[in-house]
Design a protein around this ligand. Structure first.
Ligand code: GYE
Length: 311
């Protein structure tokens, strides 16, 4: 009977759990897919998930976390818009003994015990994979790159910039001539790309656009077309996420390289949380998701794969 009752209480635990999720917003297709997957992963497990949309503002996210603490949730998930400024609210969660999991972006804190684990890709590697691809693709040719950065202060933007820079370092024919934030959105990506094109001889001085996410790349592709140039040919593209539209652009010959990022960040966090609640198992501090480069030849298969992934 002891075994039966402990098995019962373990499953009852998951079913009774409420998790508060402070989401960044809905700035990108990937982000919306992440939200959708979080909902279905919670439902699958019988966990009640409360989602607060931070609308890309840290102050909104901090308010949401405080409200989750006040409601006495069993755990808090945060996709932190920027990497700094989280200590005070995380101290409050710690005092309330509520475990915190970070999803898809990291934070900078002295005291690592302020969160249980972060589920994230190696974002430096993502940037490096695109940079390595470019080095191989252009060979000795001169190549001026324009870079569309993600949200200023976001760990993923900092890391993706770093990885790309590392890959092209020492290749003096490749140079980042302009770099600016497009805030991870399609509209900002397009707008900033338009200004890059104007500043670089109507785009004729640009060999490649490196975008920290696909949505900005898709905006950039639009800007390139409107300037009378051919995306994917006159100006190469490389970006990160793997949203369906980037594979469609690849199939149309308008995008060249992509690193896929799973939108399932909540699943591994729920797994770790359930284990922790059951017998106190501490998860690894970093729960790493896979990063892989995809080229146009893979685009159709990738597009098909996306059907059941929250897009
Ligand atoms: O790549 C981008 C989103 O933090 C990993 O945020 C996430 C990034 C993702 O807006 O599309």
């Amino acid at each position: 009977t002891a075994m039966v009752s402990s098995a019962l209480s373990a499953s009852a635990l998951a079913a009774d759990m409420t998790v508060g999720f402070s989401q960044v917003g809905s700035e990108s297709g990937w982000r919306s897919a992440e939200t959708n997957v979080a909902k279905s992963e919670a439902q699958k497990r019988g966990i009640t998930l409360k989602i607060a949309d931070g609308q890309q503002k840290q102050e909104n996210q901090i308010k949401a976390v405080r409200s989750f603490i006040a409601q006495g949730v069993d755990a808090i998930f945060i996709a932190p818009v920027v990497q700094t400024g989280w200590e005070p609210v995380l101290e409050e969660a710690k005092d309330a003994k509520i475990p915190v999991f970070l999803l898809d972006r990291a934070i900078v804190v002295k005291d690592k015990s302020l969160y249980m684990a972060v589920v994230t890709a190696d974002n430096v590697l993502e940037g490096k994979l695109i940079g390595d691809w470019l080095v191989k693709t252009v060979g000795d040719k001169q190549c001026n790159v324009v870079e569309l950065q993600g949200t200023v202060g976001a760990s993923v933007a900092i890391d993706r910039k770093k990885g790309f820079a590392e890959a092209i370092a020492g290749h003096n024919n490749i140079k980042v001539v302009r770099s600016q934030s497009g805030d991870f959105t399609r509209s900002k990506g397009k707008e900033v790309m338009e200004s890059f094109i104007k500043a670089e001889n109507n785009g004729k001085n640009i060999c490649m656009v490196y975008a920290h996410n696909d949505d900005m790349a898709i905006g950039a592709i639009q800007a390139i077309k409107e300037a009378g140039l051919k995306p994917g040919k006159d100006i190469l593209t490389g970006s990160i996420d793997g949203v369906p539209d980037i594979y469609k652009a690849m199939l149309a010959g308008e995008a060249n390289a992509n690193v896929e990022l799973t939108p399932n960040m909540a699943g591994p966090a729920f797994d770790a949380l359930e284990k922790f609640k059951k017998d106190g198992t501490q998860p690894p501090k970093i729960i790493k998701t896979e990063s892989k480069l995809f080229l146009p030849a893979d685009a159709q298969a990738e597009l098909d794969k996306k059907k059941n992934m929250g897009y």
